[in-house]
Design a protein around this ligand. Structure first.
Ligand code: GLY
Length: 364
């Protein structure tokens, strides 16, 4: 595949480049900066050092090593990054690079959004989930005792480089978890993704193959269109019944509750997979999806080795966790549901019998 370049038009326009060996694009995205800080986890220290060596003739490069995964998304780690930027004298024209998985790019975006009320950030996601979701779209944030991602900011990157060679060394479980976000896009918008995954799940998850590269491109294309139309997810609060960016939350209401109940030891994509199955069963109970459509959900997710069931007997805890989502969206539980495959809508305030019935349907 030659490099794919997908434009996003949010509070400013930027490109998401998808291909292999993309670091040649980085200097152009940093043009005008004097100082560059690369925020990365320890596991990517060698890659970050290589990037510094590439950039050092044109920029003053600072490496900021942060903890792995969600451990990076704390106020303490953000404060550490701010102090490094302060010591190095970062000004408004300087830039941050986020190199890593979704947690690292969330943190890097947040640090960039808050330093001097906002400096440039270029995101270089190294996981599938980061490429198709977290690093694209400008949602940044950290976790606090009050919950996950409750502190953050909408802050668009100046560019995103999705270097597919990173997927070749990604643990298989992480790759499959990222596929949950890819097929999510298939269920809500580009249904050809589902056809391709069903036809050949092995090719769809082969990091060296062309099919996975194309699936990443199509998933990013949809995300770019959705974010360009509704950057701040205002459709979720407009009350006019339209669905914008909220569509990307398909499967996430129940999925977030699973993650919370599992104390974030589950991969996000695995929890989203269960959440997608839950909301498919919910839609079927509400007469919106046929049994065949529900079976399609189960077939696609199972073909990817993703979970489609959850232990029974935990409804109260899961419902309490979903209520946290509810608080940020108004007075009722809201679910993105399908009225047929590829035809999303919002169902606000389903009856209790539907909610528990869907849980029974996925319970083991
Ligand atoms: N991850 C969902 C969104 O970017 O809106």
């Amino acid at each position: 595949m030659t490099d794919a370049v997908i434009g996003v038009w949010a509070e400013h326009a930027y490109d998401v480049v998808i291909g292999r060996g993309l670091l040649g694009h980085l200097p152009g995205m940093l043009d005008g900066a004097q100082r560059v800080a690369i925020i990365h986890p320890g596991a990517l220290a060698a890659t970050a050092a290589m990037m510094r060596d590439d950039l050092v003739d044109d920029f003053e490069v600072t490496l900021i090593e942060v903890p792995e995964a969600e451990d990076a998304k704390t106020a303490e780690v953000a404060a550490f990054c701010w102090s490094v930027l302060g010591t190095a004298g970062f000004t408004r024209s300087d830039a941050v690079v986020g190199l890593g998985g979704g947690a690292t790019t969330d943190l890097a975006g947040f640090v960039a959004a808050t330093w001097l009320r906002g400096i440039r950030v270029v995101q270089i996601p190294t996981t599938l989930l980061g490429m198709v979701d977290a690093a694209v779209g400008g949602k940044t944030g950290i976790n606090t005792d009050a919950g996950k991602n409750l502190v953050g900011s909408f802050w668009s990157p100046s560019g995103v480089l999705c270097d597919l060679t990173a997927l070749e060394t990604l643990p298989r479980e992480d790759l499959l978890a990222g596929m949950a976000e890819v097929v999510k896009v298939g269920f809500v918008r580009d249904t050809s993704i589902l056809d391709d995954v069903r036809r050949d799940p092995d090719a769809a998850t082969d990091p060296q193959g062309e099919l996975l590269a194309d699936l990443v491109r199509r998933a990013v294309q949809v995300k770019a269109e959705v974010v360009s139309a509704d950057f701040r997810e205002t459709s979720a609060t407009s009350g006019d019944g339209s669905i914008g960016r909220e569509v990307l939350n398909y499967g996430h209401t129940f999925g977030h509750a699973v993650e919370r109940r599992e104390r974030y030891r589950w991969r996000h994509g695995a929890a989203v997979s269960v959440g997608i199955m839950y909301v498919a069963e919910l839609a079927a109970l509400g007469g919106r999806l046929s049994d065949a459509d529900v079976d399609l959900h189960r077939e696609v997710l199972t073909a990817l080795g993703l979970p489609v069931t959850y232990p029974g007997g935990h409804w109260d805890e899961l419902a309490a966790a979903m209520a946290v989502d509810k608080k940020s969206r108004g007075s009722m539980l809201r679910f993105v549901v399908l009225n047929g495959i590829g035809n999303p809508g919002v169902w606000a305030g389903p009856d209790q019998a539907f909610l528990t019935g869907a849980y029974d349907a996925i319970s083991v």
